[in-house]
Design a binder for this molecule. Structure first.
Ligand code: G6P
Length: 607
């Protein structure tokens, strides 16, 4: 996760940008760089590795200037080299970037065809080149950035600096966080309030799609449609910024909205620089040598395993057994050297998952863990701990950790498919291209929040709710029910759509809302038949589908939420958004404690 910072200052900015980068170093430290305006011209210093290297290069050759931008990099596109370090400069534009530009390859081809020469392998450089091209055609910096943003697909936060414009800095966010800091005769941009804390506690958090035009006198913010936007300035207590909720009422809302950003990193971490093949993690199992996978976890992490079972079986043709850790550990299952065992835990401290891990040690041929907390016990004790890159998750109910677990699993399933000869290089590239749409599609689904909040107003009056799904949507139904239970205390059950007639259909009446997760996929028609069985009995169906699905079903449903169309590999990641937001808003309606629901704990360290 890269960190970005920008200062329009009243005194030299480079030392303070370096200070801000130190506070952002937790977001990545593959390389770092600073650009300032010195006498109206852009000058840069960049260095590979931790900030100490940049510090040294600045000591050797200090950077003057009252306006500047800085970046600490966590490499996605392009190796950790000086040429790939930010800021990237094209003509009179310097840019720093946190996120991923999904369509960088076609843009780069287009710019190259027009004569642009690229100095790096990054996706970021297309932004600088595009913007420079618009400036060359006579646009102002603000117009050039707006025109550039209109060409970009993906999730990102950006800061721009322009040669010859000492009192202008432009920031933009789509999917990745960006905050504006207000000083006295100075203005700032930063990935988070923590980076800006030594300079100011007066913060405006940009919202999705915003573009902010800064001068030393203040900031003007435009929304995604280019309209003037009134964004509140808040005073953030500097001591609290480490656990700041940003513009959100709850950590859970913040964590749900962080998903486009963190998903991009979770995906990129397991792919080659060109994003066309899965990068084999060091020490990773050779899935060709595995006859069976056993996946073990608790709670939401278990449902991630459940989705992964569908993927590994269909993509890599490996039989997968999944189990909750508390059952697995006591039934003493036979495990052989031809088995691979995967343990999934956000916290890395869940007692049952840890005990299950210890049980397979010495029995399974390969043991690995997917964890969020890198220093946790499960991470330390497993042969190989794969990070899920979700960042700190504070809300007790898991959200972004789930989708990041899925992102890592999707990469691993493709890798396994390749190793076992079921996925060709061409298919791998096309599966990864499909996966790369996940951050953008999740951001689009988050745009449906008002519809989900409206549905939640009705759900909050229910005593029981059923969730249905088929195929990889079945675990999403389970996750939706779990989220609703733990956040709103409404009784909810998740069922495989096909199981409905074997019992739960007896519960159906007009008082029991039935939420159907049904993208227009290979099993759509079957799920819709189950939905009709509910409606024929007076049940109220909330259908979550895509435009094709909605067109197919017509009017019959009580409510319909339309998500973007997604590749089957992306759909489980995408449908996590309504699973989370329906529960979140129902809890808001009921006034329950969203971040710390009663009786629960974030990390369950007792069995
Ligand atoms: C608790 C949390 C859940 C989480 C589960 C497993 O129940 O409330 O959100 O999914 O533990 O936790 P882990 O840290 O092992 O993923």
């Amino acid at each position: 996760m890269c960190g970005i910072i920008g200062i329009l200052g009243a005194e030299a900015v480079a030392p303070r940008i370096l200070g801000g980068l130190k506070r952002l170093e937790y977001r990545g430290y593959d390389s770092a760089g600073i650009a300032t305006l010195n006498g109206g011209a852009i000058e840069t210093r960049r260095a590979v590795g931790k900030l100490a290297a940049l510090d040294e290069s600045l000591n050797a050759a200090p950077l003057a200037g009252l306006a500047g931008i800085g970046h600490t990099r966590w490499a996605t596109h392009g190796a950790a080299t000086e040429a790939n370090a930010h800021p990237h400069v094209a003509g009179p534009v310097a840019v720093v970037h946190n996120g991923i530009i999904e369509n960088f390859a076609p843009l780069r081809d287009e710019l190259r065809a027009g004569g642009a020469v690229f100095a790096s392998d990054t996706d970021t450089e297309v932004i600088a080149q595009l913007c420079a091209q618009f400036l060359a055609h006579g646009k102002t910096p603000q117009e050039a950035v707006a025109a550039t943003l209109a060409r970009l697909r993906g999730a990102f936060a950006l800061a721009f600096l322009f040669a010859g414009h000492d009192d202008v800095m432009i920031g933009a966010r789509r999917g990745s966080p960006l905050a504006v800091g207000h000083g006295v005769g100075e203005m700032y941009l930063g990935s988070d309030a923590l980076a800006l804390a030594p300079m100011t506690g007066r913060i405006t958090y940009l919202e999705e799609g915003d573009m902010a035009v800064l001068s030393r006198a203040g900031v003007t913010v435009y929304d995604a449609e280019g309209r003037l936007a009134n964004r509140e300035m808040r005073v953030v207590n500097v001591d609290q910024v480490r656990v700041d909720k940003g513009n959100y009422r709850h950590f859970m809302a913040k964590e749900i909205h962080e998903q486009p950003s963190v998903l991009g990193y979770a995906l990129a971490h397991y792919q080659t620089a060109g994003r066309d093949a899965v990068q084999v993690p060091e020490g990773a199992p050779d899935f060709a040598k595995v006859d069976r996978l056993v996946m073990v976890a608790c709670g939401t992490a278990y449902y991630a395993c459940h989705v992964a079972k569908y993927w590994f079986e269909s993509i890599a043709r490996i039989p997968v057994e999944i189990d909750v850790a508390s059952e697995f550990r006591y039934r003493e299952p036979p495990i052989s050297a031809r088995d691979g065992a995967i343990f999934v835990s956000q916290s890395g401290e869940t007692a049952d998952t840890l005990a299950a891990l210890r049980y397979v040690q010495g029995k399974a041929g390969q043991v690995l863990a997917l964890v969020n907390v890198a220093e946790s016990t499960i991470a330390r004790e497993s042969g190989l701990a794969l990070p899920i890159k979700a960042g700190v998750e504070i809300s007790v109910a898991s959200s972004k950790a789930f989708t990041c677990q899925l992102a890592v699993f999707a990469n691993l399933a493709i890798l396994a498919g390749r190793q076992r000869g079921h996925v060709t290089a061409e298919q791998e590239t096309s599966l990864l291209a499909a996966l790369a749409t996940a951050p953008r599609l999740v951001a689009e689904a988050l745009g449906q929040e008002p519809e989900m909040a409206a549905a939640a107003r009705d759900l909050s009056r229910a005593r029981d709710v059923l969730f249905l799904g088929r195929g990889a949507m079945y675990p999403l139904a389970l996750e939706g029910a779990l989220k609703l239970k733990e956040l709103s205390y409404i009784h909810a059950e998740g069922y495989a759509s096909g199981e409905l007639k074997h019992g739960p259909i007896a519960l159906i009446d007009e008082h029991v809302p039935v939420i159907c997760f049904a993208p227009f996929d290979a099993v759509f028609e079957k799920t819709i038949s189950n939905m009709h069985e509910v409606m024929a009995r007076g049940g109220r169906v909330l259908l979550v589908t895509d435009a094709k699905g909605a067109a197919e079903v017509g009017e019959g449903a009580w409510k319909t939420i339309i998500l973007p169309e997604a590749h089957p590999l992306v759909a489980p990641i995408l449908y996590a958004v309504p699973a989370q937001l329906l529960a979140y808003h129902t809890a808001q309606e009921k006034g329950t404690d969203v971040d710390q629901p009663r009786n629960l704990a974030k990390s369950v360290t007792v069995e």
